[in-house]
Write a protein that binds this ligand. Structure first.
Ligand SMILES: *Cc1c(COP(=O)(O)O)cnc(C)c1O
Length: 362
């Protein structure tokens, strides 16, 4: 799983970073790019659903930097946060384990869905220590409580992996991803896209792509489709994460000209009622993608595809290329979940297996 010399695009672009920024290879790069027909428009997809084995999706790119930092700090455990069905908590558990770290996931309630059950079982199967927030407890308080508990027990604090992996360090994973895309464009694998559609959750994916496209000198405009509440994601927070990540790069020795006027927008109209509550537009996005051979879901990628479809219909896509960044792992987790028993989960998690799924989940 670990490649010999680290020749990722980020280190090729900024050689001074290699050795100064911790990195462990988890991603199979480059992820493929493919053309597909959807909504009558010519569109391309960046297949980050295949980013890694045994679990892909967007979080693995961030974890290459975050888990390398955990190892560099001599941590023996990680703790991270998310909703009950968090893809991020699962990815962290899978790859922390593979690097010899003991993962703890601190989870919050969310609308029920089949993927929540699958992700909880998969976390159990890889040996994650799955816990729930206490009722009414803030993330900050829960984190402090847990860090103290673990320090008392093991003598060390666990390494804290930011929510969604979206610290500036984790965001470097998507600066690297944008440089990877630039190499593919340069090699003629796909045309230069005018627009790049990506979900906006904890924001690291969009922020890294926005910054990385500027570093690569590409004029592609990022359409970040908000799928989390405004308290997590908005224009000001996204701009701040882009700026902090640029600062981290400079502090690590990268020569980076002023980031020019940022070419991006946040779309707010596909969010729906709440995080992880599926919408009919989002599920139509999932269905349209299915006929084009893609496996999307209702929390992130379906809503993002719905934005692309709406823009295709209204003629806003224009003539040249559009790129959809597929952030959702399409790897089959059956080999993990088959042997896991939901009755082994902590009490609050078991309700997801006994209570009905939300209405739009089929
Ligand atoms: C976490 C996640 C996102 C959102 O990415 P952020 O970097 O948190 O904005 C998008 N798609 C999927 C499938 C995810 O799991």
């Amino acid at each position: 799983m670990t490649g010999a010399p680290e020749t990722i695009p980020l280190f090729r672009r900024f050689p001074s970073l290699a050795g100064r920024v911790p990195h462990v290879a988890l991603v199979r790069r480059p992820t493929p790019v493919q053309r597909f027909e959807i909504g009558g428009a010519e569109t391309w997809v960046k297949r980050d659903d295949l980013s890694a084995e045994p679990y892909g999706g967007n979080k693995v790119r961030k974890l290459e930097f975050l888990l390398a930092e955990a190892l560099a700090q001599g941590a023996t455990e990680t703790v991270t946060f998310g909703a009950a069905g968090s893809n991020h908590a699962l990815a962290t558990a899978v790859y922390a384990r593979s690097l010899g770290l003991r993962p703890i996931s601190l989870l919050a309630p969310q609308p029920n869905a089949a993927y929540v059950r699958r992700n909880l079982l998969a976390q159990l199967a890889v040996g994650a220590d799955v816990r729930l927030f206490h009722d009414g407890e803030s993330r900050e308080r829960a984190a402090v409580r847990l860090l103290r508990e673990r320090e008392a027990e093991t003598g060390r604090r666990p390494f804290v992996v930011a929510m969604g992996g979206s610290s500036p360090l984790g965001t470097l994973g998507f600066v690297d991803a944008a440089l990877e895309l630039a190499e593919q464009i340069e090699a003629g694998e796909l045309p230069l896209p005018d627009l790049l559609y990506v979900p906006l959750g904890s924001m690291g994916t969009a922020a890294g792509l926005i910054l990385g496209l500027r570093v690569a000198g590409l004029p592609t405009r990022v359409v970040a489709v908000r799928v989390t509440p405004l308290e997590w994601a908005d224009e000001a927070k996204l701009a701040a994460l882009v700026a902090e990540t640029a600062k981290l790069l400079r502090a690590a020795g990268a020569e980076l000209a002023e980031v020019p006027a940022l070419a991006w927008e946040v779309r707010h109209d596909l969010f729906g009622e709440e995080y992880a509550r599926f919408t009919s537009a989002g599920m139509a996005g999932v269905e349209a993608a299915r006929t084009a051979g893609m496996h999307l879901e209702g929390t992130y990628t379906g809503k993002t595809m719905a934005a692309l479809l709406a823009d295709a219909r209204s003629g806003a896509l224009g003539g040249s290329g559009t790129l959809f960044w597929d952030t959702y792992s399409s790897r089959d987790l059956g080999f993990l979940t088959a042997a896991a028993d939901w009755r082994d989960l902590p009490e609050g998690c078991r309700a997801y297996f006994t209570e009905p799924l939300q209405e739009l989940d089929s």
